[in-house]
Design a binder for this molecule. Structure first.
Ligand code: FE2
Ligand code: FE2
Length: 194
């Protein structure tokens, strides 16, 4: 399926605001991908479709994930909103005809992140967080940093996400912690010159 066709199908499937957000993520991902010499066309597809799983209302995520035969972990069972990433990966493949592994991985990890993320998946994660309609203290600095250093931006994003989740008594997904720890170890070692 061509990008334009995917866009038309997505528009029919998502609420207006969510679709507009997807377009912004698509534009931001294209900029970040170019800055990091990553396939721009692939990044645009992954970014456009990153929230395609949102066509399922959050309250139905658990039953939908079960119906699709997806693996559901303990944190997802208790915070089913997280499942829109796995459901999205499924729909990208089966509804939008995506077979490319990078594109699917970008969708799969856009919510939690994970350890050993590819640059491609990092671009999708950060484009979702930093697209132009997002607003939080320090965002401009992060937008700037994201163009230069993905790992440094990711660790800030993880720290910010974890702080937010704790503030509102929400669950922290183990993939998010694993992603944070991996980068924390990396930067700690770099500081110690190891
Ligand atoms: Fe999302
Ligand atoms: Fe999103």
């Amino acid at each position: 399926m061509e990008l334009k066709e995917m866009q038309a199908l997505l528009q029919k499937s998502l609420p207006k605001k969510r679709f507009e957000h997807s377009l912004e993520v698509c534009k931001t991902a294209a900029i970040l991908a170019a800055a990091h010499k990553i396939d721009v066309e692939k990044a645009k597809i992954s970014a456009l479709l990153h929230d395609c799983g949102r066509e399922i209302p959050s309250r139905d995520n658990l039953s939908k994930a079960k119906e699709l035969g997806l693996v559901i972990d303990e944190v997802e069972r208790n915070q089913p909103i997280l499942l829109h990433a796995k459901i999205g990966m499924y729909l990208a493949e089966h509804k939008y005809g995506v077979t490319d592994k990078d594109i699917l991985e970008g969708i799969r990890y856009h919510t939690t992140g994970t350890a050993h993320m590819s640059k491609f998946a990092q671009v999708i994660y950060l484009a979702d967080l930093l697209e132009p309609t997002r607003c939080f203290p320090g965002i401009d600095e992060m937008r700037d940093l994201a163009k230069r250093n993905l790992d440094r931006t990711m660790i800030r994003a993880y720290a910010q996400t974890i702080r937010y989740l704790l503030e509102y008594d929400l669950l922290v997904h183990p993939d998010c912690i694993a992603g944070y720890n991996e980068l924390a170890i990396k930067f700690k070692r770099a500081k110690q010159g190891k």
